[in-house]
Design a protein around this ligand. Structure first.
Ligand SMILES: [Mg+2]
Length: 213
């Protein structure tokens, strides 16, 4: 239908529990998982990016270990999906929303989500788009992939204020902050640009309409 509203979802810690991939990194680099996750948290607290953990644990050689980690991880599995994902996607479609899944991930994650039976009108990952959040070009490209709807007809749902909420709002989208995962436990202000704050995708499914009130 013309003028349909879209719900565009981030991937990591929005759809996918990333505990297993970071555990694979800990195992490969020879740290206990507790130690590695603690270092990961330090990076988050400092306001940095995922890869900051490697500097904190002093492993500048981390890129050399990518193939082994990817082999151990083996891509997304059913058990990596947060349990509310399928319910939410079904509910959003039943309510007439078009659904996109566009996040910062390796290119192969698109096929892995499809292989798990995750259905969406658009699925695309930053590595195949050639641009990543929080670059404004990521959100411009995401709109193009959705068929260029009006930006304000798109709700972008993510777990990070710096990577998801602030840049999606700057792009003119309705920014929905999903408070879960490691970024959700930091004490901080909810920025005014947030259209909606939810604690689960079940809550999103019932409240997403509030983005346009
Ligand atoms: Mg995320």
């Amino acid at each position: 239908m013309a003028g349909a509203r879209w719900v565009c979802l981030d991937v990591g810690e929005t759809l996918i529990d990333e505990t297993r991939v970071w555990s694979a990194w800990a195992d490969e680099l020879g740290f206990t998982r507790l130690t590695f996750m603690a270092a990961f948290g330090v990076g988050i607290e400092r306001g940095g990016q995922h890869s900051d953990v490697f500097g904190i644990v002093d492993r500048p050689d981390w890129r050399d270990h990518r193939p082994q980690v990817e082999a151990a991880y083996g891509g997304f599995r059913e058990s990596d999906l947060y349990p509310d994902v399928r319910r939410c996607l079904d509910a959003l479609r039943a309510a007439g929303y078009r659904v996109a899944i566009i996040g910062n991930q390796p290119a192969e994650r698109t096929a892995e989500l499809r292989a798990l039976g995750i259905e969406a009108d658009v699925i695309a990952m930053s590595d195949e788009m050639g641009v990543a959040k929080p670059d404004p070009a990521f959100f411009r490209r995401a709109l193009e992939l959705m068929g260029s709807p009006t930006a304000s007809d798109v709700a972008y749902v993510g777990d990070r204020i710096d990577n998801d909420i602030a840049p999606a709002a700057a792009a003119g989208m309705r920014a929905v902050w999903l408070r879960r995962g490691p970024w959700a436990i930091l004490p901080r202000q909810v920025p005014e640009v947030t259209a909606l704050v939810v604690d689960s995708l079940d809550e999103l499914a019932t409240r997403v309409g509030e983005c346009w009130r």
